[in-house]
Design a protein around this ligand. Structure first.
Ligand code: BG6
Length: 492
């Protein structure tokens, strides 16, 4: 295999923070082909030596393996070329095409061509057009285009992005990244569900009371106010990552582990999610914005005091949703989703709460906890699965209490897992689209959240900020589940 990896937006943050460390780790693991070239494209690309030095620094600070060792870095960096071009001018792409074909001639073979758009979304259209007009999209087998979120700001703009991508590229050539899908623990959801016989029989409305998905961060908005002010938690996390997690938990078994089957099954879930009417938004969704607070003994500013944030900002940094999946398997089982910044701890997990036993044979005095059996899929930072169930305490008198049965990745496998981007970049090179989002999924996810976005935008939150940094979010999110007689359980 020969790979031409053309990185548009080579000078940007995404390129140096995530893409370069991932490529370098693939190189260390021998997963980059010998014939690999990274063409770093940007409007003002620094001179090659300077860019390579900067990439090296960012690999040192962002790679799971720390600073690159001299020889392997020299080897890797010899594969980097730079190309300075105005991305909005069609003629740039003619020149790019010429250079790429020169490289292919030197290799004596057509390469897999990966056009990675690490650019602001405004450039998706001109870059796609430029590539298309220069004939760089026309090899349906080998030319691939990669885009990342934000894939639109709403349903309309996401459709516009899909339209402009599909003008020149076929759907099978388009790789839309949701980096959560590259996480090992997220991929393991399907392995756990469909490579074992014992989960599937209870994975339905007869045994499951509800599903709660939590993606909690302790970080604040950091240096991303420019983007986040216009996005907010619902667009930033729910529209993509949390809905993808829901799909993996709720989907039907695939016939085969292949891109079309799995993506089709996930799409069925999105289609089955009950739409939220505008007048139901207040019952089905809760929003929050962090105020000042204390974390680990440090006093932190509220969102509105962060650099670049409007002092009267209405942007939500927390979102919680209650969804229903209207199909045979899930009828009547609510899915609660929550995510937020500056929460009490950094933890992502999916909690599958089983129903109570149909008959309580043990008297309450024996200490049966009100918290029945749960299966917890720990996504990060702990990576594993915990089954929580009731056991008998040793000794007399007879007493019962909840216990945990744990599987931990670290203990079971004793090897470091690749970062999500390593998995995803490798999949792009070999043309495996299983872990990528299809156009219809992205649009269905936007369609689902549009009423919430509309209602929230039309009604600025009078109570923002409504949760102090370092807590578990606003009261309204607790009420969202309390109304159903349930509560968010503290993550494991
Ligand atoms: C990104 C969001 O997609 O995911 C960020 O834009 C968020 O706001 C991040 O912090 C979380 O990803 P991870 O992999 O760090 O959990």
């Amino acid at each position: 295999m020969k790979v031409l990896f053309i990185l548009f937006g080579a000078e940007g943050d995404l390129s140096s923070r995530l893409i370069l460390p991932a490529l370098y780790n693939l190189h260390l693991d021998g997963l980059l082909p010998l014939d690999f070239a990274l063409v770093a494209v940007d409007r003002m690309v620094s001179d090659p030596a300077e860019l390579i030095a900067r990439y090296r620094e960012s690999v040192s600070s962002n790679s799971r393996r720390g600073s690159p060792e001299e020889r392997s870095w020299a080897d890797f960096s010899s594969k980097i070329r730079t190309f300075c071009a105005d991305l909005e001018t069609d003629s740039s792409y003619q020149e790019l095409a010429r250079q790429l074909s020169e490289q292919e001639s030197a290799w004596g073979e057509q390469a897999e061509q990966i056009y990675y758009l690490a650019t602001p979304p405004l450039l998706f259209e001109p870059v796609t057009r430029g590539l298309g007009k220069a004939g760089l999209a026309k090899n349906r087998e080998k030319a691939r285009i990669v885009v990342e979120k934000p894939l639109g700001h709403d349903l309309e703009s996401s459709r516009a992005i899909n339209r402009s991508l599909s003008c020149y590229f076929e759907e099978g050539q388009i790789f839309r990244i949701d980096h959560f899908l590259g996480k090992e623990t997220v991929q393991n959801i399907l392995a756990m569900r469909f490579a074992n016989p014992m989960f599937e029989p209870v994975w339905n409305r007869r045994y499951i009371d509800h599903v709660a998905i939590t993606v909690a961060e302790t970080l604040g908005v950091e240096h991303r106010a420019g983007y986040y002010e216009k996005a907010g938690a619902l667009r930033d996390m729910v529209q993509n990552h949390l809905l993808q997690l829901l799909c993996l938990v709720a989907m039907e078994p695939p016939v085969a582990y292949d891109a079309e089957d799995i993506r089709g099954k996930k799409m069925d879930v999105l289609r089955a999610i009950r739409p939220i009417a505008h007048d139901e938004v207040w019952e089905c969704a809760a929003r929050g914005q962090y105020g000042p607070g204390w974390m680990g003994g440090v006093e932190l500013p509220g969102y509105r005091e962060e650099q670049g944030v409007d002092r009267g900002s209405n942007t939500e940094t927390y979102a919680a949703l209650k969804l229903h999946v209207d199909n045979w398997r899930w009828q009547g089982v609510p899915f609660y989703l929550r995510t937020g910044k500056r929460l009490a701890s950094c933890v992502s997990e999916i909690s599958i709460r089983f129903q109570d036993v149909p008959h309580k044979a043990f008297p309450a005095s024996m200490g049966v906890d009100a918290q029945p059996a749960r299966l917890v899929i720990q996504i990060q930072p702990r990576q594993g699965i915990v089954l929580k169930f009731i056991a008998k305490e040793p000794g007399l008198p007879l007493r019962l209490r909840p216990v945990d049965m744990r599987f931990s990745y670290r203990e079971a496998f004793k090897t470091a897992a690749p970062e999500a981007y390593e998995t995803l970049l490798r999949d792009i090179m070999v043309g495996d689209a299983t872990l990528f989002m299809r156009a219809d999924q992205v649009e269905a996810a936007w369609q689902l959240i549009m009423p919430i976005l509309d209602v929230w935008q039309a009604n600025p939150a009078p109570d923002f900020p409504n949760y102090p940094s370092g807590t578990w979010g606003p009261e309204s999110a607790a009420l969202l589940v309390a109304r159903d007689g349930r509560s968010w359980l503290t993550p494991t």
